[in-house]
Structures are given as C-alpha cells and as structure tokens.
Design a protein. Structure first.
Length: 126
C-alpha cells in the first residue's frame, strides 16, 4: 500500500494541498515503511494567459485536479493539513482517501497512520 503527503520541504506536511510543491510517497508493508520517494506535484491552472481571473470563493483560480492527482494514482491515501472541497472530491473520485491532519511532521504522521490513530479534520476543508 502507498500513502502520499504534500510537502514543500520534504519534512513537513503542507498546509494547503493545491499550493504544495512535492508529494512524499511511502510504501507500507506489514506495518512498516519499505520505501520512500519524492515526486514533483504540478499546479497547472485552467486559466489561459491573458484571460481575466475571476475570484472563486477564497481561490482566484481553478486547478486541474486530474493532473495534480495523476502522480499519486496508485496511492490509497493523501495526507494534507488543508485543502479545498473540489480537490477533496477529486481525490475521492480517484479512490484516494483524503485525510486532513493536524500533524505537521511527516514522520510522525506516518507513525500515526501505521498505528491507526491518525485523526481526520474535515472541518479544515474550504
């Protein structure tokens, strides 16, 4: 099984899925980490150059969630510290469980996930 985390520094979980730079992907087998890889996370916009950007709630643009999710299509879960409702729905449509955690450190979150004590905070959806 694989789980992914969004990160900007390879050590902490980013506060916002859409703005993160990397995926830290861990392969888990028999209750322990067997491998770890870093993948780039794209942030392609659907807005074409020269188009007027219209505010959409708190976000001034729309992301192409399919392109952002493609690198982690083989993961069972994605952990972040915050995300928009559209990204949350897109992950679910791709059979990836979105988990919004309050844990900042990736290693601590991996341990909590493996122990089955990771908390999900859907109230952090925006």
């Amino acid at each position: 099984m694989k789980i992914a985390f969004v990160s900007d520094d390879h050590k902490t979980i980013s506060a916002h899925f859409g703005r993160a730079t990397y995926y830290e992907v861990f392969t888990l087998e028999t209750g322990k980490v067997t491998s770890h890889e870093t993948l780039p996370k794209s942030n392609p916009l659907l807005i074409k150059p020269g188009e007027q950007i219209e505010p959409m709630g708190e976000h001034p643009h729309q992301h192409d969630h399919n392109a952002m999710i493609a690198p982690i299509a083989d993961c069972e879960a994605l952990l972040t510290r915050g995300m928009g409702r559209a990204a949350h729905s897109s992950l679910q449509e791709h059979d990836i469980q979105p988990i919004i955690t309050d844990i900042v450190d990736i290693e601590a979150a991996v341990a909590a996930y493996l122990s089955g004590v990771i908390d999900n905070h859907p109230e952090r959806l925006h």
